[in-house]
Design a protein around this ligand. Sequence first.
Ligand SMILES: C[S@@+](CC[C@H](N)C(=O)[O-])C[C@H]1O[C@@H](n2cnc3c(N)ncnc32)[C@H](O)[C@@H]1O
Length: 489
Amino acid sequence: MHDNRTLIRGDNLEEMRKFPDACVDLIATDPPFNSKRDYFVPYRDERGQEPDSLVKAFTDTWTWGDAAEETCRHLIVEEGGQIGATIQGLQQFLHETPMMAYLVMMAARIVEMHRILKDTGSLYLHCDPSASHYLKIVTDAVFGNKNFRNEIVWHYGKWTNVTNQFQRNHDIIFFYSKSENHTFNKLFNITKARDAVYERGWDTNRVDGKSQLIVYDREKAKTKIESGQYDNIVYRTEKKGAAFSDGWLDIPILNSQAKERAGYPTQKPIALYERIVKASSNKGDLVLDPFCGCGTTLMAAESQERQWIGIDLTYLATGAVKMQIEKFFPQLRDNVTITGTPEDETTALQLARTDSRGFEEWCVTHVLKFKSNAKKVADGGIDGTYTFPIGKVKGRQAYGKMVAQVKGGTYTLSQVRDFRTAMQNEKADLGVLVVTRKPTQGMLNEAQRSGIYQHPVYEMSIPCVQIYEIQDYFKGILPKMPYGVKQLL
Ligand SMILES: C[S@@+](CC[C@H](N)C(=O)[O-])C[C@H]1O[C@@H](n2cnc3c(N)ncnc32)[C@H](O)[C@@H]1O
């Protein structure tokens, strides 16, 4: 079983199959919704300027193919029971459509989520009206309708221009428990004003024309109690507002300036997941998010002193989680275990051979901790960017720019030259060419022709172009970075 604070880069079906039965207290997850969209990350640079780069984070478009066929067979033949029958029924109605491919993908994962939950555990499944009606049927089949607890409507303000229907302004979060015996902490909506009253320790009221002193804290209310000016004194120990219902209207979507914003598409507010974590787990419990994106559930779990494990398919997501940890819990930098990413030279080179895009994302987001820049047109092959502060110019903060390019296979002298040209086009001060093979002397000479960068504020000189062999990463050596680069996890 994984340690607390483990981040797994991989397919959650395969990964959850490795978990033992009944080991997780809470699964709070936000899978793709079958929105038929590709999600892109519009990276801003540190100046907040809208860049011209977009990187595809994940695809939420499903097609019926061999994988869906095989998963469907597995569910009907090997799982059987309610879920097998449900999938067969849905297939008669939906046929081999993208929706059916999506549901089959989700069903196989919901079966695993159910298996690994403890008897006291719960699942919160975030979706939207595009597929929630079908997902409920599938989740009912796995968890049993008697364990369906709530359909939470998370309503938010987001104004789009629709003319022939009402605005679509809510998501659905299904709450299922594994059994009747599930953990549930009733939560109360205590407003700021109410909280101030509790803090003060007393309140007053009139009931049937009589004055009433309500005491929450005897010590704080002492002078009021002794004043003798009230007809009745009522002592209360519980500080209650209204219990939360299944309509959550008080948590807005992230605004563009929110501190927690990671620039990850479909990122949800931490407050939303904190409510889920508080309601359905206790301190020290294990929370899993198998579709963790940039780690909203994981940040909520950490803030509420729960243990957590996150899984995501992409290096971009696990890279974003690392950034979020650094932002919110920098002290945990060295306490996060990351699996599914290269652990040594051999696995790094294997990734470079088998998945060049994955290798590129890993080098950029995990090794260099640059922002990924996967726009593949008219950028001269720049794969990542780091913008660093260089002090004030005419009273305004000025920035320098470092860019990266990854070459997972062979590369030539002319490609080193092209990189220098791309740097000039990008107006970059510094560049790092990440490679898997040793550069020739000619290549090193070509890189040196760009000269040395002198940091305008700090006493730092850095070669303008560095050729960085990825093998060095596993020896603890990183390219020389300008002051201001964030600590690496
Ligand atoms: C809707 S996003 C989650 C966003 C997240 N709640 C947040 O606040 O950042 C869904 C995530 O599921 C991931 N994903 C899709 N299929 C997956 C799979 N088979 N295994 C693991 N992760 C997957 C995608 O890469 C994406 O990051």
